[in-house]
Design a protein around this ligand. Sequence first.
Ligand code: FAD
Length: 509
Amino acid sequence: MTREFPSHVDVAIVGSGPTGAAYARIISEESPQTRIASFEVGPQLTERPGLHVKNIANPEERASAQRRSQGLEPSLSGAPSGEVDGPPRLVRPGTYLLDSGYRQPGEDGLPAAAMSSNVGGMGAHWTAACPRPGGQERIPFIPDLDDLLTEGERLLKVSTSAFAGAPLADEVRRRLSGALDPGRPADRKVSVMPLAVETGDDGSVTWAGSDVVYGEAGRSNPHHSLYADALVTRVLVEDGRARGVVVRDMLSGDEHTVHADYVVVAGDSLRTPQLLWASGVRPEALGRYLNDQPQTVFAVRLRDIPEAAVTSTPSSGTAITPQSGVSWVPYTDEEPFHGQVMQLDASPVPLASADVPAPGSIVGLGWFCAKDIQASDRVAFDDDRVDAYGMPAMSIHYQLTDRDKESIAAAGRSVRRAAAALGEPLNADPITLPAGASLHYQGTVRMGQTPDGTSVCSPESRVWDVAGLYVAGNGVIPTATACNPTLTSVALAIRGARDIVRALHAERN
Ligand code: FAD
């Protein structure tokens, strides 16, 4: 069946994860006459585009939606973990691993480098933790960062009341505070984790995906169309200006040219630079400064919990029985780790699968480190080899420095301290997950203040030297962050979207 694609739009958006959705939302709200087309290589999983799969009550339907997000090569997806070519790789439901090129000889590589291909991107599978960056995580040349983060919280519907009724949450935080708060600034003390989660009056929990970011404004905008199963193979660039995109209909194989005045590439930190490379846009910093957040996990059985405080109703369907909730140990420059302490079923990543816990008595601790950023850590692309989608094949070059090894060791000490305050660890030692497991890849299309060769785009996310071309996603973040990056990258997408709105208004008036 031949699908119709528009021949011309004002703004073409590549990718339907939270950052592509943020562009569509802001432009829909602030310039409702603008014609927008969003293109997503993966399938639409749910009737409402971009719904988080955890909101699908039927377990088989949820598992099917996860499988359909796992790209074209199911051999590397689905398994909870596996040994492929040496050190273990870890794959989460709804994601699939980079099949080859994830490690070069003699290097550490990113064995757990993963992607999701579906409407909603990884935002249909995420944990929805939305902390604000602090200290050196913050981008010093974005003066309105706090306002943008507030806007990002609006788009993602971030709240701190998702697990407000959790009977053990206050006790977890009290214990963590006692051990970790002394010396912390007032705004970086142990607190409730801000989550992009809504709780209904009946206690039901709804996880925000791109559907929430698109919002009513993006969804019901008659001038916005979202095309699933549509791979953008090239951004058209003529005379130093983006002119549109070439789209391959994954259902028919047909190619279409869609002319556009502005093009936003929001294809994740590996595929955004891939598309730029495929389009002949190859600034020096493209793909470089790649950084992932080394992640250490531990699980603890809370000590001295009164039996009456533990609920015996297990979570089921989309409902989660509040137990210990989700707590946040914020990053500080002195303690440069981002910590999450959560009841196990509030994470899509099983942390203690072998244990059959008394509900609520076990919490998972995840500590993330900021990487020592270096230009040599990069995703490079091949002009002669292609991946399963026919796009330039990726090779990851990635090395942990001595500083990284020290900070991973320090994170291990810090997580042990937190665990000791809470109860008895289930294992002798914390586990450091394989590199890439954080799923927070940054830096590959980073922003900078000037086009000095160390950045790909401006503070407005405009690609240097290609007018009308914008990049979005965690790859834009130039700093070494330890906290979950989506709120920050949505905030930066809002800034970029407003830049487009300003330019459109200036052209029309
Ligand atoms: P994505 O969500 O990755 O979306 C990019 C989309 O672009 C994809 O759907 C892809 O198919 C599409 N695309 C790529 N190339 C093309 C092309 N050429 N043509 C057409 N389409 C293309 N982050 C947090 O901040 N907090 C968390 O708690 C958290 N937990 C997570 C837990 C899990 C299990 C996972 C999987 C992720 C988690 N993340 C978390 C990461 C978070 O999901 C990502 O940061 C976020 O989704 C990034 O948004 P994005 O729009 O930049 O990219």
